[in-house]
Design a protein around this ligand. Structure first.
Ligand code: FAD
Ligand code: MLT
Ligand code: ZN
Length: 487
């Protein structure tokens, strides 16, 4: 055993140091199966103190460290890079993990869940608590956690903060960032930040919790968080309506929003996604006939509020479910799209946001842009997402996993429509080259400065988030937006 592994075993206890290649494989392949990496080991600390000890070991041995939660991330950020690691603040010049790859730190044993503070409507949760566990815990006390997503039984508090996950209720409660009141975290040198007081009124310098939202494991290892809760609200109805396309679906969600007091979700999908779900699950065709596109909306309130849907101009064949099982049946058509796509192949997943007013124009150009890259090959395009916040998930099946042509073309299209290359999944390893389409060069320089200040040796999740300075291609989009700034 190398000295690094010996030290790590000392930090977490031998049973929680995993080195069996067959076991490591599950931690070094991402959920999509598009990204694979090399790890020398996985450590599973059981406390914040053990996390700090692991981080100090990695710093001493100049070993790269990849924080991991439920490994449900969709941009390759939760697994190490393939081959050897380059550390250093810009991804250069550091040392490799000594034993053939990075150390993966699995946060899944950090499962402490504090009592719900009903006065403040807050809770403290360990980084390894799943979103499903957190939501159930809040519900038992009469509260709701604002983020929900189909990966709820695996995705963790730490992972959702690190990616700033959005999910189904972003239109109502905002993304994870909007739920975050404080964090406990370990910095790259092993120092511990502990800000879990959740003071709603405080203005005393930089908000480090918000800095970690969307940091994708590059600035610190999150060990716990203080989270906002919302009073539980009854669900009055779920609506599934057919539409000709994204423009009609967006108009319908606006009409529903105007007619009822609380819209909790406005989700979009198309026939291609529905077909895959039906193939995988055997579910019946909804609404009695095939439609090009669908809007699924969830409404808060009572039967009276559900009655107000009559003023929303729903198509006559729209399905409206009031009871729990009927609502779940409609949700299944939307929630099972991700697994149905992955059952058909290894998708290229582009998670873009565009202003809601530009959704239709973006969608109109999308198929042509993909076809141009496909060059005559049949690459199915499956589009769905959180239409209420202008977030479309563009999934393309067919291209080789290592081919990034379609990823780039779709990213550029979103940017051309004033959008972002990442709405809720993060940049990860998948999109570093196109960060500059969304963030101007001075912003990236400021982000790099923060990274260098907090992790000067570049050991925390190297290769994630930042474009490689040596890659000439990343500069093109960044310098197109603003004057070039050396980074
Ligand atoms: P991981 O995948 O393990 O890690 C993700 C990133 O966070 C990595 O960069 C990792 O290094 C970092 N990280 C993890 N834990 C820590 C920690 N403790 N400290 C510091 N950094 C850490 N995403 C959405 O936003 N909305 C959705 O609706 C949605 N639906 C999904 C549905 C399915 C079926 C699947 C498979 C995924 C879905 N996702 C969705 C993507 C994914 O679930 C989210 O990105 C989620 O936030 C990842 O959480 P995780 O715990 O699995 O993190
Ligand atoms: C979703 O909205 O279902 C997720 O973000 C997952 C995905 O994009 O596949
Ligand atoms: Zn999503």
């Amino acid at each position: 055993m190398s000295s690094l592994l010996r030290d790590l075993a000392g930090a977490v206890g031998e049973p929680h140091l995993l080195t069996d290649p067959a076991v490591l494989a599950g931690y070094t392949t991402d959920w999509t199966r598009r990204y694979h990496g090399t790890a020398c080991c996985v450590v599973r600390p059981g406390s914040a103190a053990e996390v700090a000890e692991v981080v100090r070991c990695c710093a001493r041995h100049a070993a790269a460290l990849v924080p991991q939660g439920g490994n449900t991330g969709l941009v390759g950020g939760s697994v190490p890079a393939a081959g050897s690691y380059r550390g250093g603040p810009d991804g250069h010049g550091g040392q490799d993990g000594r034993d053939g790859g990075a150390v993966v730190l699995s946060a899944t044993r950090l499962t402490a869940l504090g009592p719900v503070d009903t006065l403040a409507a807050q809770v403290t949760a360990g980084a390894g608590v799943t979103i499903g566990q957190l939501r159930a815990h809040a519900a038992r006390a009469g509260f709701e956690y604002g983020v929900d997503l189909a990966s709820r039984d695996s995705a963790t508090v730490g992972g959702t903060i690190a990616t700033n996950a959005g999910g189904m209720h972003g239109i109502r409660y905002g993304p994870t960032r909007a739920q975050l009141l404080g964090v406990a975290a370990v910095l790259a040198d092993g120092c511990v930040i502990n800000r879990l007081s959740g003071l709603p009124a405080e203005s005393a310098g930089y908000d480090l919790a918000q800095l970690l939202a969307g940091s994708e494991g590059t600035l610190a290892v999150i060990t716990a968080a203080r989270l906002r809760l919302w009073p539980a609200e009854p669900v009055a109805a779920v609506v599934l309506a057919g539409a000709s396309g994204v423009a009609e679906a967006a108009a319908l969600q606006a009409a529903i929003r105007a007619a009822v007091p609380g819209i909790r979700a406005a989700e979009y999908f198309e026939a291609a996604g529905l077909d895959l779900v039906r193939k995988r699950t055997g579910l019946a065709l909804p609404l009695g006939r095939a439609r090009a596109a669908y809007l699924l909306a969830e409404i808060a309130g009572t039967a009276v509020d559900a009655g107000r849907l009559s003023g929303a101009g729903l198509p006559p064949d729209a399905a409206v479910a009031l009871d729990r099982s009927g609502r779940a049946a409609l949700w299944a058509y939307r929630e099972r799209i991700t697994e149905a796509i992955s059952a058909s192949g290894i998708p290229h997943k582009m998670d873009v946001a565009v202003p809601v007013a530009r959704l239709a124009a973006f969608r109109a150009e999308l198929d042509g842009v993909v076809s141009a890259v496909a060059g005559g090959r049949d690459w199915p395009v499956i589009v769905f997402g959180h239409i209420g916040v202008g977030n479309l998930h563009v999934n393309v099946l067919g291209p080789d996993p290592g081919d990034t042509g379609v990823d780039e073309a779709v990213s550029r299209l979103a940017a051309a429509h004033g959008g972002s290359v990442s709405a809720e999944h993060g940049i990860g390893r998948a999109k570093t080259r196109w960060l500059g389409l969304t963030r101007a060069a001075p912003e990236i320089a400021a982000m790099r400065a923060i990274k260098t200040a907090l992790d000067p040796a570049g050991l925390l999740n190297p290769g994630v988030l930042f474009p490689d300075c040596e890659d000439p291609e990343w500069r093109t989009p960044a310098t197109a937006a603003t004057s070039p700034t050396p980074t």
